[in-house]
Design a protein around this ligand. Sequence first.
Ligand SMILES: CC[C@H](O)CC(=O)C(=O)O
Ligand SMILES: [Mn+2]
Length: 344
Amino acid sequence: MIRLVDSSLRDGMHSVRHSFSPEQVALVAAGLDRAGVDAIEVSHGDGVGGSSIQYGKAAFSDEALIEAAASVVQRAQIAALLLPGIGTLTRLQAAQRLGASVARVATHCTEADIAEQHIGWAAEHGMRAIGFLMMSHMIEPAELAVQARLMESYGASVVYIVDSAGAMVPRTAAERVRALRDGLDGATEVGFHAHNNLGCGVGNALAAADAGATWLDGSLRGLGAGAGNAQLEVLAAALERSGHATGVELFPLMDVAEDVVASLMERPQIIDRTALSLGYAGVYSSFLLHAERAAAKFGVEPRAVLMELGRRRIVGGQEDMIIDAAAQLAADSHPAPTGSSGSA
Ligand SMILES: CC[C@H](O)CC(=O)C(=O)O
Ligand SMILES: [Mn+2]
């Protein structure tokens, strides 16, 4: 049995500049709940506590959004994402008080050790504790399994491989799932979170399921950072057709995607050259809008900025480097005249 987690109201926040209102959240969450989705993730795109100049100001507080979602669901669990260092444990505690019962604690794929306190607290306080290893394409499957074991040792009952950059293809996704499946205790489940920058979002999630992942993320209409996530309603149909039960009712899921989410989207969730460059260069999907803004400011190509970020191996939390890379590219293309000191 596959458990489906919807991320439209969290990863989708990147795509709408963190603007969803409690009313919009309630509409989408009610539709997802009717369709039988297991968990609905709600917060700023960068998790609880993410609203800031660095990551983008949200229109409403995480707490108001979580409360709105929790007030309309009958069956689905509400999930809160926390990136230690962006949000603190107190934000997770507040999320739990307001109705979140799933804690997804996210770290860069080599930094699982910073999640010990948060995963431990969630597991000890009745939440389902999930570890979320971001930018998982950047390290080899065996190294990823070592990090996953750390999260398991802190109390995570599920560890996710997170293809933040949408840089994986079905083979590399499946290799990582197999490495975690082999390295973790049999009781610990493996999850997969896809991005569609290389056009492989649903395919990667299917490959992950075939390799033993039992938790899969997606979002309605694919609403998410970069080219978006695995499109949830498409994934549900494709899983059913490939023999994986999800417990989700497909038509109500299609309906909330088309009748509610489609009209909330600010930009088409397509693989244009900038989104494709994210996957090709292996860059964090949530950098898309930041890179477009920085490129416009410095008069350079967004694609060039993303390729430079990939070359520098910049990871989440280093958003200021996007501006640095754009400024550097602008300076390289308009070098100061010989003999100039570069300052007035
Ligand atoms: C900034 C948090 C990030 O969006 C989490 C996530 O969904 C990912 O890494 O793909
Ligand atoms: Mn994501």
